[in-house]
Design a protein around this ligand. Structure first.
Ligand SMILES: *Cc1c(COP(=O)(O)O)cnc(C)c1O
Length: 394
């Protein structure tokens, strides 16, 4: 059958009909263990009862008003975000890339409002991924994502990830902002050392640059803290979130301090859907589940278990696995050539385990945060079989 979809994706020949918790089911009732969770989005698994209820209740009341009118739930969710983070102000979006756009605009506006309209330079890191809109692809700096789409945007400088000397050289009085994922997602699950984030904070303080975190993938509890940067204690001036904060409903946001956000006055920015009542209802339910006592400790424990078991696999397959990567439940293995992440991912899928690929030949796991020890052991045993099968093929 001819597809009428723009061919930007090449999914496998597999159709899921429903999901429940950590499992996906096809029409025949066959089950897959979902360790990629819509790319770190379905943080509470599929069809979590609290999210289903929140969405259903709201669906009977009010779907959409736009930002022409107040939606009290916006204040409610924003106050949850602000009471538990560095932030004073929140702008809601529908996706990650929009959150990044807002963050970049707010950073430049901050300097412009202080009489430095030409202070536009954004420092980013190799291996970064910030989304697919124009600003985001220029920030991500991946040539494959920019080619053919017209001239590059001015004002982006990219340096090596977690390179202290490069950061010291690049962050100057011309820098508007430094943008970093505390744990790189698409780029290969590299976690920035805590000392590196603290150094960035210090360099930004010294030069007056703003520090922006992209916590779209690593936030929402995924590393065992609500936001990944909390492990370092180095707070940002602006932070983009999406993916997990909506638990499967399209929701993102950028959060910032009063000093930055107060310049984004009426008319400077907007969104028709941002902060939509349905998204707010689900966002509040997601937040409250993650904040339940013991939830984040559970994530940390499961992350440690997975990491230990991946390290054991690395001992079993020293010729295939170079490294265990990531933090918490955003983790994976970097494969050695000639083994290819996508091939192992396919072999695991044939055996009932869904995982993902990331840059740098990394096989990525981002399961729902509600996995149990049993799920983790099952995933590792399937991965073990997939690695054995890949080696045999070779
Ligand atoms: C997914 C992702 C984005 C883009 O989010 P979209 O919702 O796809 O626009 C940006 N940054 C990071 C770190 C991501 O993982």
């Amino acid at each position: 059958m001819t597809s009428h979809l723009i061919p930007t994706y090449a999914p496998p020949d597999l159709v899921f009909e429903r999901g429940e918790g950590v499992w996906l089911y096809d029409a025949k009732g066959d089950a897959w263990l979902d360790f990629i969770a819509g790319i770190a989005v379905d943080c509470l698994g599929h069809c979590h009862p609290a999210l289903v209820k929140a969405l259903e209740d709201q669906a009977h009341k009010l779907w959409h008003l736009s930002n022409m009118f107040e939606v009290p739930a916006r204040e409610e969710l924003a106050s949850r975000y602000c009471e538990n983070s560095f932030a004073d102000l929140v702008f809601f979006t529908n996706s990650g890339t929009e959150a990044i756009e807002g963050a970049l605009k707010a950073a430049r506006k901050y300097h412009a409002a202080r009489g430095n309209a030409d202070r536009i330079e954004i420092v980013t890191f190799q291996g970064a991924f910030h989304g697919r809109s124009y600003g985001a692809i220029n920030a991500g700096g991946n040539p494959a994502y920019m080619k053919g789409f017209g001239p590059l945007m001015e004002g982006f400088t990219q340096i090596a990830f977690a390179d202290e000397a490069a950061a010291k050289a690049a962050i100057t009085g011309n820098t508007a902002a430094v943008l970093i994922e505390p744990v790189q997602g698409e780029g290969g699950l590299r976690a920035a050392p805590d000392e590196f984030l603290r150094l960035l904070r210090k360099l930004c303080d010294e030069t007056g640059a703003l520090l922006i975190y992209d916590e779209i993938q690593c936030g929402a509890g995924r590393t065992g803290k609500m936001f990944a940067h909390e492990w370092s204690g180095a707070q940002p001036d602006i932070m983009a979130v999406a993916k997990g904060v909506g638990g499967g409903f399209p929701l993102g946001a950028w959060l910032t301090t009063k000093a930055v956000g107060e310049h984004m006055v009426v008319g400077t920015h907007g969104s028709t859907y941002g902060g939509n009542p349905l998204a707010m209802a689900v966002g509040i339910a997601v937040w409250d589940e993650i904040m339940k006592p013991g939830f984040l400790d559970h994530v940390t424990q499961m992350g440690q278990l997975l990491k230990q078991q991946m390290a054991a696999l690395a001992d079993t397959y020293p010729d295939m696995i170079e490294d265990v990567r990531g933090k918490g439940l955003l983790c994976g293995i970097k494969l050695k050539e000639p083994y290819v992440n996508r091939e192992v991912m396919g072999l695991a899928r044939e055996r009932g385990l869904l995982s993902g690929a990331a840059g740098d030949n990394v096989l990525r796991m981002a399961p729902p945060l509600i996995i149990t020890e049993e799920h983790a052991r099952k995933a590792i045993s399937v991965l073990d079989e997939a690695l054995a099968a890949a080696r045999k093929k070779d």
